[in-house]
Design a protein around this ligand. Structure first.
Ligand code: GFB
Length: 241
């Protein structure tokens, strides 16, 4: 069960309970049916809020998460505990990836529940919050390519962050400007500062990924935004919104 900042702030209990049920049912069923490998998803938003940067895989349990999504964060952290327990008790090599903010075609463009980029693409001219927070965004097609590599080649039980580099972190304003450019929007962009900014930053290191995949190239941000905007416009009638 995933959602943007605002859905998390409204439903921390649902995010905690539903994701805990999913964790236990999926992993126990995999074990019962002798599934050899399970790759679960955590997220870079589950790391401690008060932390040093860049965040890396060793810091998952080093302190409380940001208050806005504590239910989701603690439930997702429990997957790492589950994976370690299946390894120590049964030798299962179940693992997890830690994607940063994902976006792309077929996203959830719902304005209230979705994440920032699909929300901006759907709304275009209204940015919630100040636009100052920083995020690393990963294009869904790049994440899918990396996910197949993890499934086939990554053999650690410890999780691995799947993110663009720290140098590719952008502000929400820069992300909004990229959407405005891609949609050729000519109107005024307004910032609704009555809406929360959420976590200011959660800068994650992709050094572990780079150690395994120094060759991997991410789709340039503006190209990925353009492809996502073009998909949304061409599929407006069927897009989740
Ligand atoms: O993607 P998002 O909702 O989640 O981004 P997080 C929230 C940031 O974008 C805040 C700004 O700074 C918002 O003020 N923002 C601007 C908007 N316009 C919009 C808009 O139209 N919609 C939305 N949603 N935000 C989530 C976690 O944190 O990260 C989830 O809460 C999940 O659990 C996800 O893990 C990856 O990046 O703040």
């Amino acid at each position: 069960m995933v959602g943007g900042l605002f859905k998390n702030m409204r439903q921390n209990l649902d995010f905690w309970r539903n994701n805990m049920y999913i964790n236990d049912n999926v992993l126990q069923a995999a074990h019962d049916f002798d599934v050899l490998k399970v790759v679960s998803c955590l997220s870079t938003c589950i790391f401690p809020d008060k932390i040093t940067y860049p965040i890396d895989e060793t810091m998952i349990h080093s302190g409380p998460p940001h208050d806005s999504n504590f239910g989701y964060s603690y439930a997702k952290r429990m997957i790492d505990v589950h994976n370690r327990a299946y390894f120590t008790q049964y030798g299962r090599r179940y693992t997890a990836v830690i994607p940063t903010n994902v976006f792309g075609p077929h996203d959830n463009f719902n304005i209230e529940d979705g994440h920032v980029l699909p929300g901006l693409i759907h709304k275009t001219y209204i940015v919630w919050g100040s636009g100052r927070p920083l995020r690393q965004f990963i294009y869904s097609l790049d994440l899918a390519r990396l996910f197949l590599w993890v499934l086939r080649e990554y053999n650690e039980v410890d999780p691995i962050i799947l993110s663009v580099g720290e140098e590719d972190e952008v502000s929400i304003k820069e992300a909004a400007d990229a959407v405005v450019k891609a949609l050729n929007f000519r109107g005024e962009v307004v910032y609704d500062t009555n809406k929360s900014d959420g976590q200011f930053k959660k800068t994650a290191s992709n050094a572990k990924l780079r150690k395994y995949r120094p060759d991997f190239t991410f789709t340039p941000f503006h190209k990925a935004i353009k492809e996502t905007c073009d998909w949304f416009v061409a599929n407006y009638d069927v897009a989740r919104k």
